[in-house]
Ligand binder design. Structure first.
Ligand code: OAD
Length: 236
């Protein structure tokens, strides 16, 4: 049995890399051949909505071609077998954590498999392509629907719940994230100062903020995350 009670886990694109989804900064700031600002800002959507919708349509369709890997599954196992709280906070917009079985999960940067109506605010589960002509199923407006994604310059979701969990955490894990994008990059410092949590980075290589962690483990998530979960469930 682990001696930790409340575990908060931040994940980033690196946890989904072995499932076949491209990370952001590993390719020199390009995401599937686009500069992030070209497709992931409100200005980009205002300038060329069809380009942005098509970009996310392709990402959404790609979800059907990938599957959770051993790292996603290990975190779901941790949640199922740990006697205390486990919260996964993901920056990822894919659905691989939930498909692996994670239940206590917050998507702070939104979800590819959802669409939001700008006029009425309703959020819909969405697996199909979105077009400017697609009417909102709730209010009928068009153009109205946008990807339920947090773009640069917009406020991440669920910050109150994340802050509250960081106050209670005694173990904070950061998995597969480069530590470049705030507020997520600041969670390690918050966990240390709010609750004196033990902090661990699990990443392919040392991230931007690796020196802020008490412990660092480097290697592919599909190996190091199951090993670490085994260790903490075994009492390590
Ligand atoms: P990044 O692409 O910035 O970083 C991915 C990290 O994963 C890097 O540090 C890699 O070394 C590591 N990595 C790659 N393959 C790995 C593997 N197999 N196992 C473990 N680690 C691996 O992605 P994020 O940090 O998630 O925001 O990016 C944060 C945010 O920036 C994203 O959510 C997105 C982006 O702009 C928004 O869209 C708002």
């Amino acid at each position: 049995m682990t001696h930790y009670r409340n575990i908060v886990i931040l994940t980033g694109a690196g946890i989904s890399a072995e499932s076949g989804l491209a990370t952001f900064r590993d390719q020199g700031g390009l995401w599937e051949n686009h500069r992030i600002e070209e497709v992931a800002t409100p200005e980009a959507f205002a300038f060329d909505p069809d380009l942005v919708q098509n970009f996310y349509n392709m990402r959404r369709a790609a979800l059907g071609t990938v599957a959770p890997n051993a790292a996603h599954k290990a975190l779901a196992r941790l949640e199922a077998e740990h006697s205390g709280q486990v919260l996964v906070v993901t920056q990822n917009v894919d659905d691989l954590h939930e498909r692996a079985g994670s239940k206590n999960l917050l998507h702070m940067h939104g979800e590819l498999a959802k669409a939001r109506c700008r006029p009425c605010g309703k959020v819909h589960d969405w697996r199909e392509d979105l077009h400017q002509t697609t009417p909102c199923p709730a209010c009928g407006a068009a153009p109205a629907l946008r990807p339920h994604i947090v773009w640069f310059g917009e406020m991440p979701f669920h910050m109150d719940m994340i802050e509250a969990a960081l106050y209670e955490a005694d173990l904070f894990l950061s998995i597969g994230t480069s530590g470049n994008v705030y507020p997520a990059a600041g969670f390690v410092a918050q966990a240390r100062s709010y609750s004196r949590a033990h902090t661990v980075e699990l990443n392919l290589e040392p991230s931007e903020g690796h020196s802020q962690f008490a412990e660092t483990i480097h290697g592919p998530a599909g190996q190091i995350v199951p090993d670490y979960v085994e260790k903490i469930l075994g009492g390590g």
